[in-house]
Design a protein around this ligand. Structure first.
Ligand SMILES: NC(=O)C1=CN([C@@H]2O[C@H](COP(=O)(O)OP(=O)(O)OC[C@H]3O[C@@H](n4cnc5c(N)ncnc54)[C@H](OP(=O)(O)O)[C@@H]3O)[C@@H](O)[C@H]2O)C=CC1
Ligand SMILES: O=C(O)C(=O)[C@@H](O)[C@H](O)C(=O)CO
Length: 276
């Protein structure tokens, strides 16, 4: 199963679903990422701070799938904000991944109290101009922060990766993204170890469609046209998480799932959260 793709505003393409890799480490992590690529995952999400870029790089080096068919995402950590620091951090990530280019490079968190994300963004624009980062984006940015990037540099990110699941559907931010050609990626798309997958509306709709609760939630993301990046260390769950393109949800089913809205699960508000 290979996920369909969306076009990004910069002319590049991105799969409609990817693999989260936080917690996939060591040799077991390499095996998991390699098996995921074999099973059809083409979008891989890591970060400097996950400490597993080399794990992703090893899997990419070992697979038979063409490098140009893979979309590798990594992220700039908070402690490396600033123009020169960003260029240096990017080189470290690229070296650990063992790749010529990074497909999607994101600012992991805005850390507004440090107030250097615009400088980092300028460095990322230069990386894109050199072809070292094919697409550039951000993560955990608010509408105000995105607007500031656009106002001060003339270039908006093509992706904003944010917390997004049925408990926190991010309706207003998604509408802003859609208006400005920013693609939404969903982190913790399954609600990471919360009770989401046991919610009656989820289990009942899953039974109606003959799918698992996780497949139902992932299909909800697809209906919203956000890109979920579920993480699983288990091969069977990874395969079923990718297998969500053979059924559809009716608009009222999407609404019923979105009605679970109650807010962020982990309290990580981009206006105050400081990421090192
Ligand atoms: N930009 C950012 O700030 C952030 C980015 N991320 C990214 O998003 C990715 C995904 O988010 P994450 O927080 O891991 O949470 P997810 O919502 O992807 O949930 C992962 C959890 O769900 C379990 N799981 C996976 N598939 C299934 C299934 N089919 N049925 C039941 N349980 C399942 C996993 O267990 P098991 O492994 O045992 O299957 C794991 O415990 C991360 O790996 C990372 O790449 C995450 C947080 C913040
Ligand atoms: O991206 C992730 O998976 C995270 O957990 C982030 O929240 C990030 O690594 C962080 O904020 C650590 O403090």
């Amino acid at each position: 199963m290979i996920a369909p793709e969306y076009a990004l505003r910069d002319g590049n393409r991105i799969p409609a679903l990817g693999l989260g890799t936080y917690g996939l480490n060591d040799e077991a992590g390499v095996d998991a990422v390699l098996a995921a690529i074999d099973d059809g995952y083409r979008l891989l999400d890591t970060a400097y701070n996950y400490g597993n870029e080399q794990v992703i790089g090893d899997a990419v080096a070992r697979t038979d799938v063409d490098r140009s068919d893979l979309i590798i995402t990594t992220k700039l950590p908070g402690r490396h904000h600033g123009y020169d620091e960003t260029l240096q951090s990017f080189e470290e990530s690229r070296r650990r991944l063992g790749v010529e280019w990074i497909d999607l490079y994101l600012i992991h968190w805005p850390n507004p109290s440090v107030d250097k994300y615009v400088e980092s963004w300028r460095a990322m624009i230069s990386l894109r101009e050199k072809g070292l980062a094919r697409s550039i984006g951000v993560s955990n940015f608010t509408e105000q922060m995105l607007t500031r990037l656009g106002d001060e540099t003339g270039l908006l990110p093509v992706v904003n990766q944010v917390e997004l699941h049925p408990y926190f559907p991010q309706g207003e931010l998604r509408a802003f993204h859609d208006e400005h050609g920013i693609r939404t990626e969903s982190w913790s798309p399954l609600g990471k170890r919360s009770a989401l997958l046991e919610e009656p509306v989820i289990t009942e709709l899953a039974a109606r469609h003959g799918v698992t609760p996780a497949q139902l939630v992932l299909r909800w993301h697809v209906e919203l046209e956000t890109i979920p990046i579920p993480k699983s260390a288990d091969a069977v769950r990874r395969r079923s998480n990718l297998d969500v393109f053979g059924f559809e949800l009716a608009p009222e089913e999407v609404e019923a799932i979105s009605a679970l809205e109650r807010g962020r699960l982990w309290g990580a508000d981009p206006n105050t959260h400081e990421e090192m």
